[in-house]
Design a protein around this ligand. Structure first.
Ligand code: HEC
Length: 298
């Protein structure tokens, strides 16, 4: 009896707590908008990333090689002026459909530091396919000094390192659609998301307003790319929108070059598990076929 009373009491206590919390929340919601505006830290990013229809989304997703090649062109001609990809070797570009000779010629456009030589000096040489995409800056401090104090992050894994929480109920659907494109969606939105700051908003010196930036309302990177900046030779539209999609897809590939194999293996594993479940069920049935049920024995 005592037990019953105490559990009833604790139930009432929990319900009371829940009630007060709900009231507190309502109070908060009921406060006139703007009253907190100056003291409250806004939640970044100010705008949720736009959703792009990527070819590599979903369980059967695959990369569009022509798109990746265009993305490489955008990276090479625009982004590589500031961003390195120190985990991506040139030789992996063969995965985009280039021949060994083409990759060799591509790598030869870059200079990398090597050494020390017999005199103990570091020296520069032409890059070969086994080298990695170098940084345009000698070190992080030089990179930051050239960009208003913010060093451009290395791009090798950027598409996997950025993603914005989607919140309820979106994340429930995401489990079923296997949504993993938060990174490229974010990069695409950032590149196409520069706009004029709202009236009264003070953009910090050296900053550029962008409501899609994950860490603040402005960032040190000015809008890096515009319509007609890169020439495409496959007839694709030379628009900011297309450039942003192509380079985001390319960055997804650099971050996860084996995405297609992973998805294919995952699918085969699911098929195997389904068949295996059927087999186990049939085995169970045949093993117990001759055994009488307990209930029948009674
Ligand atoms: C003029 C130099 C410059 C160029 C060119 C440039 N960036 Fe940046 N980028 C920066 C700097 C600086 C930052 C760091 C910004 C900050 O943290 O405030 C940055 C940050 C980023 C970020 C990370 C944002 C985050 O969430 O931290 C992405 C993504 C990005 N750049 C993409 C690109 C792409 C794609 C291109 C090519 C189309 C490009 N950038 C070209 C300088 C550049």
């Amino acid at each position: 009896m005592n037990k019953l009373v105490s559990s009833l009491l604790s139930l009432a206590f929990v319900a009371g707590l829940g009630g007060t919390a709900a009231i507190a929340q309502e109070d908060h919601a009921a406060a006139p908008a703007g009253e907190h505006a100056e003291t409250e830290t806004p939640h970044y990013p100010l705008k949720h990333p736009k959703s792009v229809d990527w070819s590599f989304a979903g369980p059967f997703g695959h990369y569009d090689k022509a798109q990746l090649q265009r993305g490489l062109k955008v990276y090479t001609e625009v982004c590589s002026a500031c961003h390195s990809m120190r985990l991506v070797p040139f030789r992996t570009l063969e995965g985009l459909g280039y021949s060994e000779a083409q990759v060799k010629a591509f790598a030869a456009n870059y200079k990398v530091q090597d050494g020390p030589n017999d005199e103990g000096e570091m020296f520069e040489r032409t890059a070969v396919p086994s080298d990695y995409f170098p940084s345009p800056y000698p070190n992080a401090q030089a990179a930051a000094a050239a960009n208003n104090g913010a060093a451009p992050p290395d791009m090798s894994l950027l598409a996997k390192a950025r993603g914005v929480t989607r919140g309820f109920p979106q994340f429930v659907f995401d489990m079923f659609t296997q949504y993993q494109e938060g990174g490229p969606d974010y990069i695409y939105s950032l590149l196409t998301g520069y706009e004029n700051p709202p009236a009264g908003f003070q953009v910090p010196p050296g900053g550029h307003y962008n409501p899609y930036f994950a860490a603040a309302a402005s960032l040190a990177m000015p809008q890096p790319i515009n319509n007609d900046q890169v020439t495409y030779d496959d007839g694709s539209p030379q628009t900011l929108d297309q450039y942003a999609k192509d380079v985001s897809a390319f960055l997804m590939w650099t971050a996860e070059p084996h995405l297609e194999e992973r998805k294919r293996t995952g699918f085969m594993v699911m098929v195997f598990l389904l068949i295996f479940t059927g087999l186990i069920y049939l085995t169970k049935k045949s093993v117990y076929a001759s055994k009488e049920h307990d209930s029948a024995a009674h």
